[in-house]
Design a protein around this ligand. Sequence first.
Ligand SMILES: *[C@@H]1O[C@H](CO)[C@@H](O)[C@H](O)[C@H]1NC(C)=O
Ligand SMILES: *[C@@H]1O[C@H](CO)[C@@H](O)[C@H](O)[C@H]1NC(C)=O
Ligand SMILES: *[C@@H]1O[C@H](CO)[C@@H](O)[C@H](O)[C@H]1NC(C)=O
Length: 424
Amino acid sequence: MKRIRSFSAVVFLITLIMILYLTINLETTYSYKAGPEAVLRDITVQAGNSNVKTQSPHVESFTIPQPRVHNMSISDDFRNSIPHNQAYWNRLLHLSLKNLDKWDDPLRHDPHWSHCTKNEELLKTNIPDFSSYPVLFQDFVRGMSCMSSPVLISQPNKCISQEGRRGNQTLLLLAIKSAPWNFEQRQAVRETWGRERVYHGGLRVRRVFVLGNSPLEHPDLSPLLSFEANNFGDLLQWDFKETFLNLTLKMNLFFQWTLKHCPHASFVFSGDDDVFVNTPRMVSYLLSLKGSQAYQLFVGDVIKTASPLRDPKIKYYVPLSFYDGPYPAYAGGGGFLFSGQLLKSLYSVSHFVPFFPIDDVYIGMCAKAMGISPQAHSEFLTFDIKVQDRENLCAYKDIILIHKRLPVELKQLWKGIHSPFLTC
Ligand SMILES: *[C@@H]1O[C@H](CO)[C@@H](O)[C@H](O)[C@H]1NC(C)=O
Ligand SMILES: *[C@@H]1O[C@H](CO)[C@@H](O)[C@H](O)[C@H]1NC(C)=O
Ligand SMILES: *[C@@H]1O[C@H](CO)[C@@H](O)[C@H](O)[C@H]1NC(C)=O
């Protein structure tokens, strides 16, 4: 009897210890993954709540794209297109994919490379010629796992309207990449193609400018920017350094903002503040799309067979020891369009595809990982039109986008193509 009693006491004790151990283990597992997991969970919840019931009678011919099932698998096509070799980015990617495959629930997973600031020794060990990289490129590599940045200016009510249910419907969100000091460009965009408007009695075009911050040694523009933000309600700003190599971070922060504050936008335009856009033509094009064309849209001026440029003096330089392989097909960053429905997947995928220094190439990579190829559209001219057509207003009536134009040229063109005297 005594033996049985002490036996059950031992069993009880062991069970207790096991329960305790499991609880602690679970807790550490969860808290370790709190960052990305929390973010991704958030998105899945939003996906479930998608509200697509709000259509006005005026827009019956246009069906708002249906939400897609959240899909975190990374296409074989993308996996196979990135060579397994010694280049740092290539190794990060394949490590991340390997880790992703180990988990049955990829949403509860933290890729190993995603710890924000990289230790200098680690970089020098993994990239033998790191010290020979241009200074800005070194800065990029040091910070390439940082996916967040303090918010300086936001517009949480941008996509909420006071005018009843219909007012919330955003057909097109214009996300215009701008630098803090580009005041004149932004004003020209506001006065021309970026004007917020309602089309067909309920479909809204809304506008935000997406900004980083001036370097510390530059003049402090914050009083001017807060005036601008209060006056126009269209600035988004984060506290990261506004440089070319930080544009991928900028795009990602914009994705986060949109998922939170404008999740029902049917389409998103991402472009520069020095492009000319024929917005009414862009809207007609969007309204003409049907079915999967509309909810899997990724369209622009497509660059199909590009490779990294290896001249350290140029803006687009990518060292061989950093990335080795071709680029995927991508839509030129001067301006492209995509479906709001793709945002959740794009953002989720971006947790597994390490940041790349060139933002439009990066979006091309993420799209390819999702199994989506960019569609070329002949009216997106990120490399301008023929010289003999540049003064010809009729040539501008039949295009959607042209890069690049000065603020004063935007004004002239906009006025010109809307002139009642223009016959073409
Ligand atoms: C998810 O995407 C992969 C490839 O990108 C595809 O093969 C698979 O069928 C998709 N699954 C769902 C549920 O859509
Ligand atoms: C508009 O959207 C906001 C935020 O998503 C929501 O709180 C509000 O109820 C919506 N308004 C209508 C009338 O649907
Ligand atoms: C990007 O921004 C971060 C945060 O301000 C900064 O530390 C980093 O140096 C920037 N990267 C580049 C390439 O300028």
